[in-house]
Structures are given as structure tokens and as C-alpha cells.
Design a protein around this ligand. Structure first.
Ligand SMILES: NC(=O)c1ccc[n+]([C@@H]2O[C@H](COP(=O)([O-])OP(=O)(O)OC[C@H]3O[C@@H](n4cnc5c(N)ncnc54)[C@H](OP(=O)(O)O)[C@@H]3O)[C@@H](O)[C@H]2O)c1
Length: 233
């Protein structure tokens, strides 16, 4: 399998490169020119393509012939970086390719997610402050996901909980809606977020799903493994 990782130089991207190489995939990694050095550990094992991830020409070349595209959607800046990146991938990935996108729990597909007051206040504050200092545009990440959901591609949008570093604990568990008891612990190892995304490439049951994930060793995941939890929504 040949896969393209868009945003390969970041923390999540680096872990995805590792998982993809472990599976024997051929890897193309796209990252900003200034960040190519962050991929030095993989020199000779992947093809690095420098460029802005929202540049259609860069993405067109990078995804050519790829069976899967793993995209890190980040809300940085105020120049439609997220939606531009998603659109380029949607436009140029070959028909039938598996497309996996990352985001956080704040993205909702069907409006059925149940958020705590604290979570809603935090997202509101980050959105407001981010726009004020022109560093973060959460609405653009929302727009990026809206376009993915509306596309006719074979997409999966993986919604990450709070993240922590540490050794892998295994494949995270997931649920369709934030607020479901299994997700209560709200914590996933970043290496396992990446594992879930790479594993989704070969899991057709996740096509057209927006799984909200949580670490498989967290208290809420373990409690629901011992005694199945009904979804809250
Ligand atoms: N952090 C969390 O707690 C959390 C929680 C839930 C979900 N998520 C999701 O996880 C994904 C990545 O999260 P992460 O925390 O692990 O971050 P990360 O992997 O470090 O990713 C950051 C990415 O953003 C790029 N980037 C940084 N500054 C940028 C800028 N000004 N303009 C354009 N690109 C820029 C980085 O590229 P360079 O290498 O070129 O800098 C890198 O590809 C995102 O989809 C996020 O929504 C994160």
C-alpha cells in the first residue's frame, strides 16, 4: 500500500509515519519546507515533499497513486489552512482512496454530541482568543470537516480526546458521540491516536464514520469492557 501523510512533521504525523513503515507501506510525507528536518529520522525510508499542505499543486503531486491519505487537520493561522488542506486532498486523491482526517472532539458530524459546560466554554475561549491574535481559526477546521462529510469520498474523520505522551497501550476504543460513557476518561496516548488513524486505512467499517476515540486502558474504556455501556445518545 502506498500512503501519503499530510502534516508528517508534527507529533501526530511522526507517529503515523512510524506505524505506516512498520506495516510495510510506502510513505510520502508532506510538511512545510522549514520542517523537513523533523523527518530526518526517516531519511531513506520515506519520500519527503516540502510545501504548504493547503497548496493544491503540492498535494496533487504528493497523493498521486496513493491508496490512502492520512491528513492532520490543524486550525493554525487565519488563512483557511485547514479547509484548504482538506479541499486539496478531496480534489486530488484518486477515486476510491481511503482518506483519514484528524481533528478533536469539538467537531460534530450530526449535532448529537453532548459536551460538558467546561468543554464548550474552553472551545469558545480558544476560538475567540485564537481569532483575536490571528493564530488559530477553529471555524476553519469545522469548515474543513463539513467539506469532508459532504464529499463522496471514502472518508473517516477521527476525533481525538485530550492527548498525552507515553508508550502505546493499543488501539483506542471509540464511540459515535461525545458524551457516551465509554469516552468519559477523555484521554488518549498520541501514539495510539496515530495507530487508530493508520489502522483505519484497512478498516472499511469506519468508512463514513467520525469516531470519537479514547485510550483502551483508560478507566471509562475498561469499565465498558467489563460491563457494556449503553450509548448516552
Ligand atoms: N493537541 C491536542 O491535545 C489534541 C486533542 C485532540 C485532537 N487533536 C488533533 O490532533 C491533530 C494534531 O495534534 P497534535 O497536538 O499532535 O499536533 P502535531 O502533531 O504537532 O501537529 C501540528 C501540525 O501543525 C503544523 N503546524 C504548526 N504550526 C503551523 C502553522 N502556523 N501553520 C501551518 N501548520 C502548522 C505542524 O507542522 P510543522 O511540523 O511544519 O510545524 C504539524 O503538522 C490535530 O488534528 C488536532 O485537531 C489534538
Amino acid at each position: 500500500m502506498k500512503v501519503c501523510i499530510v502534516g508528517a512533521s508534527g507529533k501526530l504525523g511522526n507517529y503515523m509515519v512510524q506505524h505506516a513503515l512498520e506495516r510495510g507501506y510506502e510513505v510520502i510525507g508532506v510538511c512545510r519546507e522549514r520542517s523537513v528536518g523533523k523527518l530526518d529520522a526517516f531519511k531513506g525510508r520515506i519520500t519527503a515533499m516540502p510545501g504548504a499542505t493547503n497548496d493544491p499543486a503540492v498535494i496533487r503531486k504528493a497523493v498521486e497513486g496513493c491508496d490512502g491519505v492520512l491528513t492532520v487537520l490543524v486550525p493554525w493561522g487565519v488563512h483557511q489552512y485547514s479547509s484548504g488542506t482538506a479541499q486539496a486532498v478531496l480534489d486530488f486523491a484518486r477515486p476510491g482512496a481511503r482518506l483519514i482526517f484528524s481533528c478533536g472532539w469539538h467537531i460534530t458530524r450530526d449535532g448529537q454530541d453532548v459536551y460538558s459546560r467546561k468543554f464548550k466554554a474552553l472551545v469558545k475561549a480558544v476560538s475567540w482568543l485564537g481569532r483575536l491574535v490571528r493564530a488559530v481559526d477553529v471555524d476553519d477546521q469545522v469548515e474543513a470537516c463539513r467539506r469532508v462529510f459532504a464529499s463522496g469520498t471514502r472518508w473517516t474523520v477521527v476525533r481525538g480526546s485530550d492527548l498525552e505522551e507515553g508508550e502505546s497501550q493499543g488501539l483506542p476504543v471509540w464511540s459515535r458521540h461525545v458524551g457516551d460513557p465509554i469516552l468519559e476518561s477523555n484521554l488518549t496516548r498520541r501514539v495510539d491516536f496515530a495507530l487508530f488513524m493508520v489502522a483505519a486505512l484497512e478498516n472499511d467499517a469506519l468508512i463514513h464514520e467520525a469516531p470519537a476515540i479514547v485510550g483502551c486502558r483508560t478507566p471509562s474504556a475498561l469499565a465498558c469492557a467489563a460491563r457494556p455501556c449503553a450509548p448516552a445518545t
